[in-house]
Design a protein around this ligand. Structure first.
Ligand code: AMP
Ligand code: GLY
Length: 423
């Protein structure tokens, strides 16, 4: 069958890789893709938000299945456009992707259905938000309501910082219209874990767990990013915790969406905080995580096409998800200056070193082809991923592999998976 993947990051590269392992797939296209994806799939220069053009392409090329990786097109309603045109597509419709598109929506949903999360208030008026903060305890968390590339969350240690945060989000509109509404949330402490779950509208099945590292610099310092590296599985996500989450979070979430008339099909990604009082939801996403997909998909044993189809056809209850009994670590290599400003166009050297190396993967995020050479073309550039029998082995392998590539200004965190030592 012919498959089209929509997106251009490391996550989409991992999805294309996993599709390439399927005996059912004869051809993979990716729109718009990147230089690395171009080695596995045929890149198509249509933007991820050009829904009608993408649907035209799918029709003209007799695409059997389209998989949407990115949040913006999902929240914008790409799945509705494809379905209206009778095209098979994997991902939630617009009315379900809102679980990621609006934090005010997802907080309200959790409150209504008793899904554990941090206490919160929502504001659409900056003065009222500031009044509320004057009586609040600190630290406290401010979240822009809408999509903000994972950067619309501010953790404020005192009133002064919080008032400045309200100004940044609601008045200066640093995250655009995402800041029309503001969620102010209780600060939680604990270990974070990402659990990506396949959903078919009624059934939800969690994949193996992962942990992201959101801050730019070692020791969780610096600004929030889209994610600087991951490991899978999380040793802190025990079987007991998984059972609790299944009953009290995952099943409740899919049932809540169905009860609201917002049947969720696709990947529901739960960002969880394992607090002293039990696991609580930090956020929902309506897609695979990036770079969580990189470490989860390389460990997945199933043919992913079977799972995508089971989700679309409402037959996920008949599917058993299987993961290898090993571990994986992904270290993201970023352009100097990311996540603020950075230059593009530097040649990436050493990529050939990975040819034929089993258990090692270089997933491209911001890369492009220029004069026959692969150059940097974004903030996060590569996700160097390695497997190992244990987390420690996978981490050692990933950091050995990072040394094989080089480009001007590159930086990465040296402590991805440091938490493993405390497990
Ligand atoms: P989010 O996009 O909502 O996942 O937030 C980004 C990051 O901010 C999370 O991964 C956490 O590290 C942090 N964060 C978000 N909400 C809270 C909270 N209520 N308490 C503590 N940290 C938080
Ligand atoms: N790595 C976090 C995300 O994909 O949102």
């Amino acid at each position: 069958m012919k498959v089209l993947v929509v997106g251009s990051g490391g996550r989409e590269h991992a999805i294309c890789y996993k599709l390439s392992q399927s005996s059912r797939v004869s051809k993979i296209y990716c729109a718009p893709g990147n230089a690395g994806i171009g080695q596995t799939a045929e890149c198509v220069s249509i933007g991820a938000m050009e829904f009608e053009k993408l649907a035209d392409f799918a029709e003209e090329n007799e695409i059997d299945l389209t998989v949407v990786g990115m949040d913006d097109p999902l929240v914008g309603g790409i799945v509705d456009v494809f379905e209206e045109r009778g095209l098979r597509v994997f991902g939630p419709r617009k009315n379900a992707a809102i679980i990621e598109g609006s934090k005010a929506f997802s907080k309200e949903l959790m409150k209504k259905y008793g899904i554990p999360t941090a206490a919160y208030e929502t504001f659409d008026n900056a003065d009222k938000a500031c009044e509320y903060l004057k009586t609040a305890s600190f630290p406290i968390v401010l979240k822009a309501d809408g999509l903000a590339l994972g950067k619309g969350v501010l953790i404020c240690n005192d009133l002064e910082e919080a008032l400045a945060g309200v100004k940044t989000i609601m008045l200066d509109k640093q995250f655009g219209s995402a800041g029309d509404k503001l969620v102010i949330e209780e600060f939680m402490t604990g270990r974070e874990v990402s659990v990506l779950c396949f959903c078919d509208g009624k059934t939800i099945k969690p994949m193996t767990s992962a942990q992201d590292h959101k801050r730019a610099l070692d020791g969780d310092k610096g600004l929030n990013t889209g994610g600087m590296g991951t490991f899978s599985p999380s040793p802190f996500y025990t079987d007991e915790t998984a059972d609790f989450c299944m009953k009290n979070i995952f099943e409740k979430s899919i049932a809540a969406m169905a009860a609201e008339g917002r049947e969720f099909k696709g990947v529901m990604f739960l960002g969880l905080m394992l607090t002293e009082k039990g696991p609580k939801v930090l956020e929902y996403n309506a897609r695979f995580g990036d770079p969580e997909a990189q470490v989860v998909l390389v460990r997945m044993k199933n043919d992913i096409v079977d799972v995508f189809e089971a989700c679309i056809d409402g037959k996920l209850d008949e599917t058993e998800l299987e993961f290898e009994d090993n571990a994986a670590v992904c270290v993201c290599i970023a352009s100097g200056g990311y996540p603020v400003s950075y230059k593009k166009g530097f040649e990436i050297k050493g990529l050939d070193n990975f040819k034929g190396k089993d258990g090692y993967y270089v997933f491209h995020a911001g890369t492009a082809l220029k004069d026959g050479k692969i150059v940097t073309n974004g903030g996060r550039v590569l996700g160097v991923t390695a497997k190992g029998a244990t987390l420690k082995e996978a981490r050692a392998n990933a950091y050995e592999a990072v040394k094989l590539v080089e480009f001007e200004g590159m930086y990465y965190r040296h402590d991805i998976g440091k938490a493993i030592d405390e497990a």
